[in-house]
Design a protein around this ligand. Structure first.
Ligand code: SAH
Length: 465
């Protein structure tokens, strides 16, 4: 982050704008909106500056800038058409420790003015750090369509009830939950529909009737985070991620996805290591239980889909037994994500009418799978956790009759920026793995459908050419 956004209270503070042109007038206009007492210093002024002066909105010093002026102001903006004067303003402001901004000169700025979306008291500021003000403005315009004007009214309404709510609901967690339910429920709907007084009476009733203890129960959200690309999250996943108090996440959850969890939530990594799998699983089940019993909203975030090779069933069994409320949110499983992003349809009218998901994790050096069921015509086999057992997989499938030239794809870090796809045959799979040294997470897709990769690949194609 190059700049920290701060919202500054400029009410009744003296601010100086050096320059009398249209840009200066625009900057002065912004300061006026924030309640500042604005002085323009310039020997001559343009029409737009003049109208501010005539309307009594700014003071005008009809003179050239001189260094001693700076001292009596909290903040200075230089917007003259002379680089020399602008630099001079910057220099004196720095000398006197007055915050300064030189229009269009990011390196001569203590602060920059963002693009503003004003739904006071809600204010959204967008900045490109001076790199592309136009892009920031376009983004602001998009936000404009997303944030209805009445959001300002909503903020004002609830702002007036903070004290009452604080008196009734004693803990921060209770208040947060209360406000979340209000702001996602009928009160907000009424305000957005322009029914302000109805909204207020519903709010009053809610404050009166809500039992503080009812806001204190914990819950667990078992959420599928998808295979990596954060855009593959569901709306529901995102919503629950943004209201969690604490998150327990796996090795497979990508950083980009984790960045979308509510910033104030505690983050606990519970990535498992193969060797002591079962012990750890018990521990995780207990952790979820403990936190929910404390009244927390616990997010259990798992790669892909929690019910596909995710042991999600075990985690909620403990909760169900203890009657802790929980919700399960499916995610895009790695098979789907990898197949789509590798241009390999899992089923296809010409090549494959069924698809099987299996785990390729070795047990005592071998794979315990129903081999005849896997070696079927017109079927795609997707192997999760298969990296350690590729040689065994290749050997057993061929022993059970799979053609040596059956196409296979290895998809490493599917759906993510550094996705790699290696296509070979079941016979060559061990050699390819030896040569390419794929790392986890990698998915194995076996079947005629893999032939389609060449013509259907679309993701990251540019990076490869
Ligand atoms: N619940 C998860 C699977 C957990 S098992 C899901 O539904 O996707 C973990 C295995 O999934 C890994 O060993 C790997 O084979 C596969 N996997 C998960 N994410 C992947 C990704 N982004 N790219 C390739 N394989 C992935």
């Amino acid at each position: 982050m190059d700049y920290l956004p701060l919202f500054v209270d400029l009410k009744n503070k003296s601010c100086l704008v050096v320059g009398g042109g249209d840009i200066a007038a625009r900057k002065a206009g912004l300061l006026i909106r924030a309640g500042a007492i604005v002085t323009i210093v310039a020997p001559e002024v343009s029409e737009s500056s003049k109208s501010l002066i005539d309307d009594g909105l700014v003071n005008w010093l009809g003179a050239y800038f001189s260094d001693d002026i700076v001292m009596s102001f909290s903040l200075v903006i230089a917007a003259t058409d002379s680089d020399e004067v602008n630099r001079q303003v910057y220099h004196y402001a720095k000398t006197h420790h007055v915050l300064v901004n030189v229009a269009d000169e990011p390196e001569l700025c203590d602060f920059i003015l963002p693009s503003i979306l004003d739904r006071s008291p809600i204010v959204v500021a967008v900045s490109s750090g001076g790199k592309s003000p136009i892009l920031a403005r376009q983004l602001r315009a998009r936000l404009e369509t997303l944030i209805p004007k009445s959001y300002g009214n909503l903020a004002s309404l609830v702002g007036g009830y903070r004290g009452v709510v604080k008196a009734k609901f004693s803990t921060l967690a209770m208040r947060r939950r209360f406000w979340e339910s209000i702001l996602q429920g009928p009160v907000a709907e009424h305000v957005l529909a322009g029914r302000d007084s109805l909204a207020e009476s519903v709010l009053n009733t809610a404050i009166e009737n809500t039992d503080p203890n009812s806001l204190d129960t914990g819950e667990v959200y078992l959420v599928g985070a998808g295979p990596g690309d954060p855009e593959l999250l569901t709306f529901k996943a995102l919503r629950l991620m943004q209201q969690a108090d604490i998150v327990f996440y796996d090795r497979l959850v990508s950083k980009e996805v984790l960045d979308l969890v509510r910033k104030e939530a505690d983050q606990v990594y519970v990535g498992k290591q193969r060797a002591w799998h079962s012990v750890r699983q018990e521990e995780i089940n207990q952790l979820l239980l403990e936190q929910a019993k404390k009244g927390k909203r616990v997010l259990r975030l798992k790669g892909g889909d929690p019910f596909i090779f995710g042991r999600g069933g075990e985690e909620i069994a403990t909760l169900a037994a203890e009657k802790i409320p929980f919700q399960v949110v499916p995610g895009i499983t790695a098979a789907s994500g990898c197949a789509s992003y590798a241009g390999i349809p899992l089923t296809h009218r010409d090549y494959s009418q069924s698809c099987v998901f299996v785990t390729g994790q070795l047990k005592e050096g071998d794979l315990d799978l129903n081999w005849p069921a896997l070696v079927q015509a017109h079927q795609t086999v997707v192997v999760y956790m298969g990296l350690g057992g590729l040689a065994v997989l290749s050997e057993r499938l061929q022993e059970h009759g799979m053609a040596a030239d059956m196409p296979v794809a290895l998809v490493q870090q599917g759906t993510m920026e550094h996705q790699e796809v290696w296509v070979s045959t079941i016979a060559d799979l061990p050699a390819v793995a030896e040569r390419e040294q794929p790392v986890a997470p990698t998915m194995v897709i076996i079947g005629e459908v893999v032939k389609l990769h060449d013509s259907l690949m679309w993701f990251n194609v540019e990076n490869k050419s």
